[in-house]
Write a protein that binds this ligand. Structure first.
Ligand SMILES: Cc1ncc(COP(=O)(O)O)c(C=O)c1O
Length: 307
């Protein structure tokens, strides 16, 4: 348990998680795919903690995706089973094929009866597509169009596998946008694997402190997504007039979206709460997460780190 009692008393920068909101996010996704009748395989890459993993799997401790071997062994050591390491292993085998070079490698080992020949002990168990291009969509209809197209291409590929005599392979697609707005065709897949929904990006708050003349100086961390929001790399809670303009490793620059900054409003030591654009990259920078409910710190979570 954390010794600090309130979010307001935390030393900053600190990553804080609203537990009630995270639970609602996870339950929403679990219920959605339970009612659609197919398997949710949540991705752990955003948070890399056991606590969030338990929330996202509803306590089953089964059927997850990870992005590092460090996460895989951390989860396995804590009783998790059926873990998919979703990373292309270029010269070993290619359950995930994402470029021409990988395809050439796969062609060197033609598929035969569900096995990759000449590679004993390796079996093709499924096709996996992320559809991260949903993040470039403008609104629900475009997200659905990408989800529909990815589903269609994946299913067509499954048909080709069947025609080649390869049966029983799983098909899986998913990103948080596509799984938040699933299309009916997705029901023909075996699984979906979103991950970011545990925080939904902007639900992940970072508290910061410090200020210098000309611009406000923050201690933050991720370059990702800067151009995507009118407010820059993050939304600054309670200050829609401000923009997080640029960031280096440990500093960020805030300016007003228009006009001049009123420095009297932000004396040295002012505290800002940021909802960063990219929750995964932000979480990655913190060795500990402070978990709160209605502003009261109730726990601290330690994520898996390393590769
Ligand atoms: C391979 C892979 N699968 C699944 C996901 C989860 O997607 P999202 O973060 O949109 O939920 C990611 C996210 O980057 C990914 O890289």
């Amino acid at each position: 348990m954390a010794t600090v009692e309130s979010v307001k008393d935390l030393r900053t920068p600190a990553l804080i998680i609203d537990l009630d909101q995270a639970r609602r996010n996870a339950e929403g996704m679990l219920e959605r795919f339970l009612s659609l009748g197919f398997q949710l395989r949540p991705h752990m890459k955003t948070h890399k903690t056991l606590e969030c993993a338990d929330i996202m799997t509803g306590g089953s401790r089964r059927c997850i995706v990870v992005s590092t071997l460090a996460e895989a062994s951390f989860d396995a050591d804590n009783g998790y089973d059926d873990i998919l390491y979703a990373y292309p292993l270029l010269s070993l085998f290619h359950a995930v094929v994402d470029n021409r070079l990988a395809l050439q490698e796969l062609k060197k080992r033609p598929l035969k009866q569900g096995k990759i020949s000449d590679t004993s002990g390796v079996e093709l168990t499924g096709m996996y597509a992320h559809c991260g291009n949903t993040y470039a969509s403008q609104g629900e209809e475009q997200i659905k169009a990408v989800a529909r197209e990815t589903t269609m291409i994946t299913l067509q590929f499954m048909e080709k596998l069947k025609a080649a005599g390869i049966q029983g392979t799983k098909s899986s697609i998913g990103s948080t946008p596509s799984c938040s707005h699933p299309v009916p065709d997705m029901a023909m897949l075996s699984e979906v694997h979103p991950g970011n929904y545990i925080f939904y990006g902007l639900y992940c708050h970072v508290l910061l402190r410090a200020a210098v003349p000309h611009w406000i100086l923050l201690w933050v961390g991720s370059h990702d997504g800067g151009g995507r929001l009118p407010t820059g790399y993050a939304i600054i809670e309670g200050h829609p007039e401000l923009k997080l303009l640029s960031m280096t490793q440990e500093h960020g620059r805030v300016e007003p979206i228009s006009g001049k900054l009123d420095f009297k409003q932000f004396p040295l030591g002012s505290l800002l709460t940021l909802m960063p654009y990219h929750a995964c990259a932000t979480a990655m920078m913190h060795p500990v997460y402070f978990v709160h409910s209605k502003g009261k710190i109730i726990d601290t979570w330690k994520p898996a780190r390393g590769w």
